[in-house]
Design a protein around this ligand. Structure first.
Ligand SMILES: NC(=O)c1ccc[n+]([C@@H]2O[C@H](COP(=O)([O-])OP(=O)(O)OC[C@H]3O[C@@H](n4cnc5c(N)ncnc54)[C@H](OP(=O)(O)O)[C@@H]3O)[C@@H](O)[C@H]2O)c1
Length: 324
């Protein structure tokens, strides 16, 4: 498909950059030498402009004149807020995505990399799931507003290529965690929520309660690994088709195994209780990374126990500023 023009140094705009994945990209770019000579990188959040508003979106693009965009901004939330506000998730995310993609197109942005999510996959499917199966069935009804808005990014990317030969593409991460995550029990994803609860239980001398049986299996992907892959995608992956950017299925672990790694990392010796009256969610949603492996056969993911330890160490050192 289309090739990105790489003659001029890139001016990269990262939307939604105050979140988990944006912070990881910022680290890779500024602390790991990800930024190349002459390039400029701009990391923005909702404070720089509300991307549901087309005029504010245009103002952001006029201010930074990006040649490339990593689009992370999204209205995201936990299960219960999704159930209550599917319409709002649908409308806000459709607006954000259309404003970003169309303003990018109108202002001549060469490449956009947007973030989909593994929770947009069909609810009833076969595993391992791959990039060709995104639209093969309805998403889970609990978050269909968010899911259909995300799926539309892929549709829109194809249309920009068909009509304008634009190389706007997307990645599909699964179960991301790392520094700057949301560690609160209410809003955090399972791994970061358990890290937050375990830290607190150790301080308070209480037990840790984990929702569900601990049996579901997940491909937990370290945010710094994803950040490294995203910078590669921006430079090298010139295909409109989405790319699953996750740790491999062979590294899938049960929630219980991950919880034990957290207890070890935080040196928590107290009791861990599994509340089996609470929902497990999907038991597994294994995603294939065969396509990623074809492009990056030598990419090494941080071992899960090491990544969990790094995340716990970050929380301990940054508890005051962490989302918790
Ligand atoms: N975390 C995961 O496990 C995961 C997995 C798969 C896919 N993803 C996708 O990856 C992307 C980034 O995820 P994340 O976990 O890093 O996100 P996050 O921590 O929830 O951050 C969301 C970002 O979007 C910004 N934002 C929200 N509404 C906005 C608006 N109306 N205008 C401008 N900016 C707005 C937020 O800005 P403020 O901070 O100013 O509110 C924040 O920077 C999202 O698209 C998400 O769907 C995440």
């Amino acid at each position: 498909m289309a090739s990105a023009v790489k003659s001029e140094p890139m001016r990269v705009l990262v939307t939604g950059a105050s979140g988990l994945i944006g912070k990881a990209i910022e680290h890779v770019v500024f602390k790991e030498g990800g930024k190349q000579e002459g390039e400029e990188w701009f990391f923005i959040s909702s404070k720089d402009g509300d991307l549901t508003d087309v005029e504010q979106t245009r103002a952001v693009f006029e201010k930074y004149h990006p040649t490339h965009v990593i689009h992370l901004a999204a209205k995201v939330g936990g299960l219960f807020i999704h159930l209550k506000e599917n319409l709002q998730f649908l409308r806000d995310n459709i607006k954000i995505n259309d404003n970003v993609l169309h303003t990018a197109h109108e202002t001549g942005v060469t490449k956009v990399v947007s973030c989909l999510s593994s929770c947009i996959f069909p609810d009833k499917t076969t595993y391992p799931i791959d990039e060709t199966m995104i639209h093969d069935g309805q998403p889970h009804e609990s978050n269909y507003g968010y899911s259909y808005a995300k799926r539309m990014i892929d549709i829109q990317n194809r249309a920009y290529f068909q009509q304008h030969k634009r190389c706007y593409t997307s990645v599909i991460p699964t179960n991301v965690f790392g520094p700057h995550d949301d560690f609160s029990a209410e809003n955090g994803h399972v791994l970061s929520a358990v890290i937050g609860k375990t830290y607190k239980a150790k301080q308070d001398g209480t037990h840790v309660k984990v929702c569900g049986t601990g049996n579901p299996r997940r491909q937990f992907t370290y945010s710094l690994d994803l950040g490294r892959i995203l910078v590669w995608v921006l430079r090298e992956y010139d295909d409109v088709e989405p790319l699953i950017t996750s740790i491999g299925p062979e590294k899938e672990v049960s929630i219980t195994e991950a919880v034990e790694m957290i207890a070890k990392a935080l040196d928590f010796k107290g009791e861990i209780v599994y509340d089996t009256t609470m929902s497990d969610g999907q038991m597994r949603k294994t995603a294939s990374i065969d396509k990623l492996r074809r492009y990056l056969p030598n990419f090494t993911f941080t071992p899960l126990d090491e990544a969990i330890k790094l995340t716990c160490d970050w929380l301990v050192a940054n508890y005051d500023i962490a989302r918790k």
